[in-house]
Design a protein around this ligand. Structure first.
Ligand SMILES: NC(=O)c1ccc[n+]([C@@H]2O[C@H](COP(=O)([O-])OP(=O)(O)OC[C@H]3O[C@@H](n4cnc5c(N)ncnc54)[C@H](O)[C@@H]3O)[C@@H](O)[C@H]2O)c1
Length: 316
C-alpha cells in the first residue's frame, strides 16, 4: 500500500485530486484539513472508501501534524492547504504568513524528520506580481509578488528548494493559474452566483471587467500535475500550468447572468482590478508543460461554462 498525504484535503482542488488518486487500489489517501475555508461536504463521497481517511488537523500546529506522521509512513505528500482568499489578508497579513507559508514550513520539517522523499506543491501565478505584457516562463525574474498570498507561496518555494537539496526530497512545484470546476469553494464564478442569489436584479462586478486571465478546468490541472511529475528531470522541478487562451471577467459575468436567466443587470465598480493585490492580466508561456504531451481538454470559455452550470446547481 502506498500512503499519500493530501493537505487542504477537504478543499476544492484536493477533493478532485483525491478522487483521482483513489482510482488506483494501491493508494491509501490520508486527507488533512482544518476546515477553515470549507466544510466536509466535498469529501463525504469518499468516507465509505476503505483506502481513504480524513483527519481534522491544524497544519500550523506541528504537534497535530506529528501525530499524523507517526501514524502513517508516507511515500508522497501533496501540499494544497493554504489561504485561498487573496483579498482577505490585506487587512490581516498574518493569514498568509500562517496558512500559506507556515503550513509549508511545518510540512517540510516533517518530510525531513520522517524521511518522506516525494513532495508536490501547489504554487500559483500570483507569485509573479504585475509584469505588464511579459509572457511568463519558468525562468522569469525578478519575482516580485504584490499580494501577501503570492509572497507566502514564493517564500514556500524558496524553502522547498533548500529542503530538496539538503535532504534529497524529490520536489515538484506547480504554479497553477485560475482553477475552476465543480465544488469550487471560492473564486469569481462562485462569488457571482452567490451575489446573484442575494440580489437577482443586479450583479456588481469588482473592477472594470477587463481583467483577463486563463481559466483552467480542475481535471485538466490534475492531469497536468501527473504529466509534470512523470517528466520531471531534476531533484526539484517547476512547471507553469495554464490554459491555451484567456477570458475576461465581463465575459464570465455575462455567462453567469445568461445561465441564471433572470435578465440581471451587470454593473462595474470601476478601476483596472478587483482589489489591491489582484493582478488584472497575466499570460504564461506553457511550452514546458506542453512539451510533456499534456494538453488541456477544455479552453477557458468551456471551463467557465461547465463550472457555471454545475455551481448554479450546487449553490442556487
Ligand atoms: N483555485 C485556484 O484557482 C488556485 C490557483 C492557484 C493556486 N491554488 C492553490 O491550490 C491549493 C488548493 O486551492 P483550492 O482552490 O482548492 O482552495 P480551498 O480553499 O478550497 O482549499 C484549501 C484548503 O486548505 C485548508 N487550510 C487552509 N489553511 C489551513 C491550515 N492552517 N490547516 C489546515 N488546513 C488549512 C482550507 O480549509 C481549505 O480546505 C491552494 O494551495 C491554493 O493556493 C489554487
Amino acid at each position: 500500500m502506498k500512503y499519500i498525504l493530501v493537505t487542504g484535503g477537504a478543499g476544492f482542488i484536493a477533493s478532485h485530486f483525491i478522487e483521482h488518486l483513489l482510482q488506483f487500489p494501491k493508494n491509501f489517501v490520508v486527507a488533512v484539513d482544518n476546515l477553515s475555508m470549507c466544510d466536509e461536504k466535498n469529501i463525504l463521497k469518499f468516507t465509505n472508501n476503505s483506502n481513504f481517511v480524513f483527519h481534522k488537523v491544524e497544519l500550523t500546529n506541528q504537534h497535530e501534524l506529528v501525530q499524523i506522521f507517526e501514524q502513517y509512513k508516507f511515500t508522497r505528500v501533496y501540499h494544497l492547504a493554504a489561504n485561498s482568499d487573496i483579498s482577505r489578508s490585506f487587512t490581516n497579513p498574518t493569514i498568509d504568513y500562517s496558512n500559506t507559508f507556515n503550513t509549508t514550513w511545518n510540512i517540510l520539517e516533517l518530510l525531513r524528520i520522517y524521511d518522506v522523499k516525494e513532495f508536490i506543491f501547489a504554487s500559483t501565478s500570483a507569485i509573479f506580481g504585475e509584469v505588464g505584457d511579459h509572457i511568463i516562463d519558468e525562468s522569469f525574474g525578478p519575482i516580485l509578488p504584490i499580494s501577501h498570498y503570492g509572497a507566502g507561496k514564493l517564500a514556500s518555494e524558496a524553502f522547498i528548494s533548500s529542503f530538496a537539496y539538503n535532504y534529497d526530497i524529490d520536489s515538484l512545484i506547480v504554479r497553477f493559474p485560475n482553477v475552476i470546476g465543480e465544488y469550487s469553494t471560492h473564486g469569481v464564478i462562485f462569488d457571482f452566483i452567490n451575489k446573484l442569489k442575494d440580489n437577482p436584479n443586479e450583479l456588481v462586478v469588482l473592477g472594470n471587467g477587463k481583467q483577463e486571465k486563463s481559466y483552467l478546468y480542475v481535471k485538466d490541472l490534475i492531469s497536468a500535475i501527473e504529466y509534470a511529475w512523470k517528466f520531471k528531470t531534476d531533484k526539484i522541478d517547476i512547471f507553469n500550468i495554464g490554459g491555451i487562451d484567456t477570458i475576461s471577467v465581463s465575459e464570465i459575468a455575462q455567462i453567469v447572468v445568461d445561465n441564471i436567466g433572470l435578465g440581471s443587470q451587470i454593473s462595474y465598480t470601476g478601476g483596472d482590478r478587483g482589489w489591491k493585490g489582484d493582478v488584472p492580466k497575466f499570460s504564461y508561456d506553457i511550452k514546458k508543460i506542453l512539451g510533456t504531451k499534456w494538453t488541456p481538454k477544455l479552453n477557458s470559455r468551456e471551463a467557465v461554462d461547465l463550472t457555471v452550470k454545475s455551481l448554479i446547481k450546487e449553490i442556487w
